[in-house]
Structure formats: C-alpha cells, structure tokens
Write a protein that binds this ligand. Sequence first.
Ligand SMILES: *Cc1c(COP(=O)(O)O)cnc(C)c1O
Length: 388
Amino acid sequence: MSNFIPYGRQNINQADIDAVVEVLESAFLTQGPAIERFEEVVAKYSGAKFAVAVTSATAALHISCQALGLGKGDRLWTSPNTFVASANCGLYCGAEVDFVDIDPTTYNLCTTQLKEKLEKASANGQLPKVIVPVHFAGQSCQMEAISALSQSYGIKIIEDASHSIGSSYQSKPVGSCTYSDLTVFSFHPVKIITSGEGGMVLTNDAGLYQKLIRLRTHGITRDVTLMHGEPDGPWSYQQLELGYNYRMTDIQAALGASQMDRLEKFIDRRRFLAHRYNQLLSHLPIQLPLQHKDCESSWHLYVIRLRLPELSKTHRQIFEELRQANIGVNLHYIPVHTQPYYTDLGFQHGDFPETEKYYSEAISIPLHYGLTLEQQDYIVDTLKAIVR
Ligand SMILES: *Cc1c(COP(=O)(O)O)cnc(C)c1O
C-alpha cells in the first residue's frame, strides 16, 4: 500500500460545497446570517444557552480568559498533555500559567493531583483564577469533581473541548457547560467537524456571552443600553474595552453548519473504528485507550501506549517504522512545560512525570471518518509485525 494514511483528515461532501458556494453568491461574506445559524445549531446540539463563533479555538480560549477577567497577577492551570494553545491563552492575558499532571489511565488532568495542588496553593495564597481542563482525545475530564473543587475555592472553569464535540459526560453532551463557565470547541480540519479554521465558545451565562460578543469585535457595542452617555446619533458605536477582530466569516460558518448535519455520522464511524482497533490490537505489548465509565468519547484521537519493557525496539524506532510504512502516526502531545518558551519561564523536564512518561510511550495512530477498513487492517498488520 503506497498511499500515505494521515492520522486525521476532514470529510467534505457536495452539501458542504453547496453551502459554501451559496454564501459566496450571497450579500454577506462575513457578519451575515450564516454565523448565527452555525452558533444556534451548535448551542442546540450541546445544550448550552449561548454560542460565540470565532476564528479559532485559540481565539476562543483567549477571549474566554479575558471575559473571566484573567489578568496580571492571576494564575491559570491546565494539563501539560495538550496543545500549547490551552496554556498560551493565560499568557496572552498576562497571567501566570502552571500545570497539573495527568491521570495515567485517561491522560486527562488528574483530579487527585488537582486537589492536592489546590490545598497547597490555598495555604500559600496562590490559588489559580481559572482552570482549563482539556478533554484529551475526546474523552471528558472528571468534570463533576473538578467543578466541586473549583467551586469550593471560587475558581472559574473553561473546558478545552477542542477534541470533543459530539462526546458526552454523564450522558450529557460536552459543551452543555453543566460543570463549567465556558466550553471551547475547535473546527480545525483535523478535529471532529471543520470550518477550515474556526472555534466556538459556549456558555449559559448571559453576562459572559455579552462580553464574548464584544471581545470578538474590538470591544465595540452598538447596544444603546450599554453606551456611556447618550449616543451621538444613529451611526453610533462605542468601544467599551480592548477587543480583537476574531470574527469567523460566513463562508466558514456555512461549512461548519453543514458539517453539523453529519456530526452523528462522523462520531458513529469514529466509535466503530476505535472499537475495531480495540478488538484487533488486543494481546499486543500495547496499552489501549481506556474509557472512564462516565464518558462516551468522540474519538478525536486513538492513542496507543507502548509497553517498552516488553519490546525490543525503542519508541522512536517503532514510530519511524510506522511512518516508513506510510502510516501517518503522530504524537499528542509534547508536554507543554518542556517547550523552550516554557522552560525559559522556569519549567523543567521532570516537573510533571506522568505526562513525561506518557510522552515517552505514546503514538497516535490514524483515526478519522474516511479511514477504510482496508487501511485499518493494513495499520493493524503493520503494527503487529513491528512490535512482535
Ligand atoms: C486544536 C487545539 C487547540 C487549538 O485549536 P485551533 O482552532 O487550531 O486554534 C486548542 N486546544 C487543543 C486541545 C487542541 O487540540
């Protein structure tokens, strides 16, 4: 098999193309009706009251932090096993960032370690203002426990659900914000659904929603009731705070909304393929992804963990042999605290040992809607041959 199999890939059909073309031929390429339509369908699906579409999940995380008032002298905690954006949002706001090590079975932020770290931070007067639990690979964090801890210390929660639109926790969709202030989705093409680039913030809080709407567009309002003094005239708008241009275009929103029509199909296929990997890869010197009983994952990623003591090859050798076989394996994630930018801030290798151990053993193997059974069989056979 000579074709390269990527670890993730978007699926675009004629309905998606038609939806985009329709916008291109309409009056509005941006700031038009497609944005609200996309926001409505995602909010309805997730069960949150409000949704704000933006240019990316990175932008969504940034304005979420700002809407919560995160700033200089504050702290944000997240998982070190994530994409850098989950942590960078704190730095954008001038806050300090710290991490909580992962649970060795789910690879999500560990609630036991969170509890201990909060007790220490409370004693030292160094509690975080915001915690960003990341639902790694699509599996939700233990939100009920995280929420209970956060509430007892008055901490706000932003769920980084970039991997997990379509997944559920305690039988409710991720995005419902049942246990958080805000939830962020990503629509980058490797994620579950795509708008090209794009992200969204969900919330049940009307005040936060109003702030997010303003921060998305320069901090400007056209709402007369929010204006300082009398408006100059019917042309009036006022900038109330420092915001950004983080607006999604209608072209992107139309694609995103069209993709939402197939979300269930996408998730079903990912679950089917993940289940099939579980069957086909059992009895190998590999740790397969474990699912907590409270979670139904969207399966953004399928991560295997090598049991290196039982193998005669190194992690890197196995990774390279898979790549040489045209299998687009990847590694999610390089621990954020070991990135040069973060070691310059004072973090060190060894700070979060569970995450670093995981990193030394993990490989993401291809999983996406368009992956064929033939491709999956090829991946399984190749992996078996390599690890045996
Ligand atoms: C992809 C991703 C992001 C950033 O998403 P963009 O839409 O590309 O900005 C943030 N956090 C996590 C966990 C991600 O996987």
